[in-house]
Design a binder for this molecule. Structure first.
Ligand code: GDP
Ligand code: GDP
Length: 460
């Protein structure tokens, strides 16, 4: 089974009909766990030469009242998590309804690959609805009639490049591990161990009282302090080298360090400017939020700055020990994060208690991983195979009838990863298309939480 496809959408658009068409009688298993999963059906899908797992979310036919809508949303999010690709179905006869927009929004935020399908599209009566589907901002809809079996070849065509990609990825994962993979072009590829010749440079930033000092003291208390305060790279910045759970780390310029290191400083509480300076020296920036008052203006500013400076970012939510409804709170935080910091899409969010030390091992893991992703290099061969799939899935626009051609992509830098696409008329390419490619790179090459730079260069 090369990939998992989830069929999502509001009730009555034809999800079950489509599921039955793809799966036929090959229902593999029905998850009988209580709760949300009970409403998910799973089967073996078949479309032409493709074999895949299909998840159907049609369990909630009558989602009319409030609580059911909530469940439907939860169900969809669950399916999105389980799936590689989401097939988002709307009813072309009904057109785009507000409920469809809610789903589109979830999918835009959560799903790596969305295929939009306008179902019940047999006959001309469906034409206006099919056109309206473009307004969802999820690209060109595939015109389907699940009931009459129309549009299956088109569905196959859009699934094909994705299937290839997931297959290649699975093959990669199974390939025997070598230190550095070399592809057909002789380039290095995939995750590489970050060099440890120098310590990993980390800044812990956040507004006053977020718990930075406490965090650093806890870390220092648990781990061996290698060296004391060092003269900084500049007079203003001090750094502290330490061994954090076996990783040599250099921490930059925070209030916490100054207190611990008893460095004399006229200014007692550091300003945001100090945090900003620390960001410049860091490779990984830990944005520490106070879980009691998260995502305040200052937090957003500093997180945004870290992104613009091209740093790997890990968001840590502190004072988790004070939280009673942890699950609810976490969900809320994730939603706020996605809404307020879309530029940091996919960045890890770790809950910690600086005071008790809980979660600090996970924070350590997240920092290492963010650093690794930040250093990642993807081979040109893989990138161009990927680009072909992306172009096929959502062709770039054709202003004035001349389609913009994206010819070639290559990675030009790491730390953070930067890519260049050779392109005809780059100035006419909309920002939304750039975002589509950036999000695609992030998801397909597993680069969460790192700023990705993508530029277009003109080539007729
Ligand atoms: P679900 O709630 O999204 O799973 O929707 P169903 O699969 O149960 O379908 C809802 C209704 O739409 C049923 O009456 C289906 O027969 C009908 N339906 C499904 N697909 C099509 C189609 O392609 N064309 C038409 N005209 N009706 C369809
Ligand atoms: P900083 O100035 O931003 O570095 O913040 P501090 O480390 O000085 O912490 C501010 C306040 O929050 C202090 O009273 C800490 O005891 C408290 N604090 C820090 N971390 C935690 C935590 O994980 N849980 C709780 N309950 N309080 C914390």
């Amino acid at each position: 089974m090369s990939f998992t496809l989830a069929i999502v959408g509001r009730p009555n658009v034809g999800k079950s009909t489509l599921f039955n068409r793809l799966v036929g009688k090959r229902l593999a298993l029905v998850d009988d766990q209580p709760g949300v999963t009970r409403d998910l059906r799973e089967g073996v899908g078949r479309l032409g030469d493709l074999r895949f797992t299909v998840i159907d979310t049609a369990g909630l036919e009558d989602a009319t009242d409030e609580s059911l809508q909530g469940r439907m949303r939860a169900l969809t999010e669950r399916a999105v998590e389980m799936a590689d690709i989401c097939l988002f179905v709307i009813d072309a006869r009904a057109g785009v309804l507000p409920a469809d927009e809610v789903f589109a929004d979830i999918l835009r935020r959560k799903s790596a690959h969305v295929i939009l399908a306008a179902n019940k599209a047999e006959g001309a009566a469906a034409d206006p609805g099919v056109l309206e589907a473009y307004s969802l901002g999820l690209g060109e809809p595939v015109r389907l009639s699940a009931e009459h079996g129309e549009g299956m070849a088109d569905l196959h065509a859009v699934l094909m490049p994705l299937a290839d990609m997931f297959e290649a990825r699975a093959a990669d994962a199974e390939a025997p591990e070598t230190d550095v993979a070399v592809d057909e072009e002789g380039e290095t590829d995939g995750p590489r161990l970050p060099t440890r010749e120098r310590p990993l440079q980390v800044a812990v930033v956040g507004r006053p009282n977020a718990g930075k000092s406490t965090l650093i003291n806890t870390v220092l208390g648990e781990d061996r302090l290698l060296t004391g305060p060092e003269a900084g790279i500049t007079r203003d910045a001090i750094s502290l080298s330490m061994d954090w759970l076996g990783t040599p780390v250099r921490l930059f310029d925070t209030a916490g360090m100054r207190k611990k290191a008893k460095v004399q400083d006229k200014v007692e509480k550091l300003s945001v400017a100090d945090g900003l300076r620390a960001v410049k020296f860091a490779e990984v920036v830990v944005v520490l939020l106070d879980g009691q008052i998260p995502f305040e203006q200052q937090d957003l500013r500093i997180a945004d700055l870290a992104e613009r400076e091209g740093r790997a970012v890990v968001v840590a939510v502190n004072k988790w020990d004070l939280e009673t409804d942890r699950q609810g709170k976490l969900r809320e935080l994730k939603e706020e994060f996605a809404r307020l910091l879309p530029q940091l899409r996919g960045a890890p969010l770790v809950t910690v208690s600086a005071k008790t030390g809980r979660g600090l091992d996970r924070l350590h893991g997240a920092v290492l991983r963010a650093h690794e992703v930040w250093n990642r290099r993807v081979s040109t061969a893989r990138l161009n195979r990927w680009l072909a799939g992306m172009l096929e899935m959502h062709p770039p626009p054709a202003p004035g009838g001349r389609r913009i051609k994206l010819r070639y992509i290559t990675q030009v830098k790491t730390r953070p990863p930067g890519f260049v696409v050779m392109c005809s008329n780059p100035e006419k390419l909309p920002e939304s298309y750039r975002r589509y490619l950036i999000n695609g790179l992030r998801e397909d090459f597993d680069m969460p939480g790192t700023p990705i730079r993508l530029t277009f260069r003109s080539q007729a």
